[in-house]
Ligand binder design. Structure first.
Ligand code: TRP
Length: 344
């Protein structure tokens, strides 16, 4: 039996997938973008934009195109070097969709019934008193975990950094890979992937404009690349209590401070903490400070992002080059699978 080079390589392969369903916000940056950028240090790191996954909900072609480029531009603006890592669009790798069928045939229907996104959609129907619990649910949502499993397996990923809500999907991928290996393992074995939850996801999450977790679904986000004036306005909107300037304040109970903590240098955070506790700083000043810190960090990124989003920017060429690298990994895997199952 021949082992593929990826199997014997000591460097683990990581795969990060992002569904393009909205504009990036500060919470995405802290919870997903920053931790995933660190992967480059210790992994052979792959990043892709799951545009076909977005099709389960995004039905406006211009919007899907825009969100897809926006996600890619965000990663590159934030520091991902497309020459050193692989950045690609899912839809540019047709091998994924052929393998999708094969793996659907390995996946138990009951397993899909238990997948949380589908279950949640059914629960919502039941709570709304609808007779058909599957009303409005498309097969894309139902098959979502199979396609995601294929994303992971076809790239022979060892580790998949995901938010808590996605760990079940990675377990399903491992499960489906196991089913395949059980039947065809003599000829080809998929690598069994593992989910890793980035540190930022385990503890605190970034609060949004209403104090709840910053999330697109709560409509409480600060866009990562909004203009300076907008950024200032939104920071001012973060709720604070009415403690007077000269009174001691609890920094950890302040949403403004919690955001500052994620962006400012540790000395600055420590100094601000002391001043708030001593009653030497009001909320207005804290907000100004947060704005300055955010703007200093984000404006160079914003410039790169805006340039990449231009219609004729190098972005599309970068994605095309990334797709080529990704297909170099996917093609031999699919060829072995085809041989193993008996269609080649
Ligand atoms: N389901 C993931 C999300 O919604 C996106 C995704 C699709 C993904 N395929 C993937 C993540 C493969 C990691 C690996 O966030």
């Amino acid at each position: 039996m021949s082992a593929s080079p990826a199997t014997v390589s000591p460097v683990k392969v990581s795969l990060t997938g992002i569904k393009p369903t909205g504009e990036p916000h500060l919470g995405n940056y802290v919870g997903a973008v920053k931790p995933a950028l660190q992967l480059v240090r210790e992994h052979e790191a792959l990043y892709f934009i799951a545009d076909y996954h977005a099709l389960t909900t995004v039905r406006d072609p211009d919007l899907l195109r825009h969100y897809t480029r926006s996600v890619a531009a965000t990663w590159i603006a934030a520091g991902l070097d497309p020459d050193r890592v692989v950045v690609y669009r899912q839809s540019d790798v047709p091998e994924i969709f052929e393998l999708n069928w094969v793996m659907a045939c390995m996946a138990g229907k009951g397993l899909m019934n238990r997948a949380h996104a589908y279950k949640a959609a059914r629960d919502r129907n039941q709570e709304a008193g609808r007779v058909d619990a599957d009303a409005g649910i498309n097969m894309g949502l139902y098959n979502y975990p199979v396609l995601m499993a294929v994303d992971i397996l076809i790239m022979e990923a060892d580790v998949v950094p995901v938010g808590r809500d996605q760990t079940q999907h990675v377990e399903i991928a491992a499960d489906i890979a196991g089913s395949f290996n059980h039947v065809y393992g003599e000829t080809y074995r998929f690598k069994i992937p593992q989910a890793v939850v980035p540190a930022g996801e385990t503890g605190h999450t970034l609060p949004g404009l209403d104090g709840r977790k910053m999330s697109k679904s709560y409509d409480n986000t600060i866009p990562l690349f909004c203009g300076e004036a907008q950024l200032k306005k939104l920071v001012r909107r973060i709720p604070t209590d009415s403690t007077p300037v000269a009174e001691p304040k609890d920094p950890d109970a302040s949403h403004v401070f919690q955001i500052l903590e994620q962006f400012a240098a540790p000395e600055v955070v420590a100094d601000t903490r002391l001043r708030l506790q001593a009653g030497g700083m009001g909320w207005g000043e804290l907000k100004n400070q947060l704005f300055e810190v955010l703007n200093a960090q984000l404006s160079p990124m914003r410039e790169r992002y805006d340039a990449l989003l231009e219609p004729d920017s190098p972005l599309d060429g970068m994605l095309a080059a990334g797709a080529e690298k990704a297909r170099k990994r996917a093609i031999p895997v699919l060829a072995q699978v085809r041989r193993a199952i008996g269609v080649a």
